[in-house]
Ligand binder design. Structure first.
Ligand code: DHB
Ligand code: MG
Length: 217
């Protein structure tokens, strides 16, 4: 343990999962129905959801921006961490995913806190006002992350959170010959985050690696 870190094994992750509030029946059903509807089966883990909810509560987030709604799992999870009157504005480019997420958000316990906005992040984010959010979660096309980051640094207030999914590039970050074509974009984004002077950030090894950054004053 010379570097003061315990090597985290799959057994540790199972232990973490077994000591985290499990997913509820609603989110389990949402995943089943998304698979049945041929929506890509991509969602954050319950442990990642729990961690993000804790962070949102710590910064007392009311307004959250998400890029990449997909089935709406993370939007619902994040909305559950917000106070009454809170809102997740979640951006989705594919109408089929937006339709599904809108339907399931409306059925959820936090329907009034979720606004699904249709379109590309490149088009929608520039319509959001400066300092109009307490937190952002990037979870869309990885080549778009640099632009989404630039916009979120404008949209999120000082002291707010900027989170970004998939820092470990679908598990292929350190592969010599990664198969996924988005891996280079993740690597470029990781370097950008590491050097970004307006953020105090770190990759948290939850899920596929979660960037957590706090916007400096
Ligand atoms: C995949 C996973 C993600 O979390 C994501 O945002 C995009 C793709 C994947 O496993 O392919
Ligand atoms: Mg992701």
């Amino acid at each position: 343990m010379s570097d003061q870190s315990t090597t985290v094994t799959p057994e540790h992750f199972r232990y973490i999962a077994s000591h985290t509030a499990p997913e509820d029946d609603f989110l389990r059903l949402l995943k089943d129905k998304a698979v049945a509807a041929a929506i890509p089966p991509i969602w954050i883990s319950p442990e990642q959801a729990g961690f993000m909810q804790i962070l949102l509560k710590l910064v007392r987030a009311r307004e959250v921006v998400e890029v990449g709604t997909l089935a709406g799992y993370s939007a619902i999870a994040m909305a559950r961490a917000l106070p009454a009157g809170g809102r997740v504005r979640t951006i989705e480019i594919f109408p089929k995913h937006a339709d599904f997420a809108e339907e399931w958000a409306a059925r959820s316990d936090v329907g009034e806190k979720i606004e699904v906005i249709r379109g590309a992040g490149q088009v929608v984010l520039p319509t959001f006002r400066d300092n109009s959010a307490d937190a952002a979660f990037l979870d869309a096309d990885k080549t778009g992350y640099p632009f989404y980051l630039k916009e979120c640094l404008r949209i999120v207030r000082s002291g707010g959170l900027i989170m970004a999914d998939n820092a470990f590039a679908f598990g292929q970050l350190l592969d010599a010959k990664p198969l996924d074509r988005e891996v280079p974009a993740v690597r470029v984004f990781n370097e950008m985050m590491a050097k970004e002077p307006r953020l105090h950030s770190i990759i948290v090894p939850v899920g596929d690696g979660l960037w957590v950054g706090v916007k400096k004053s």
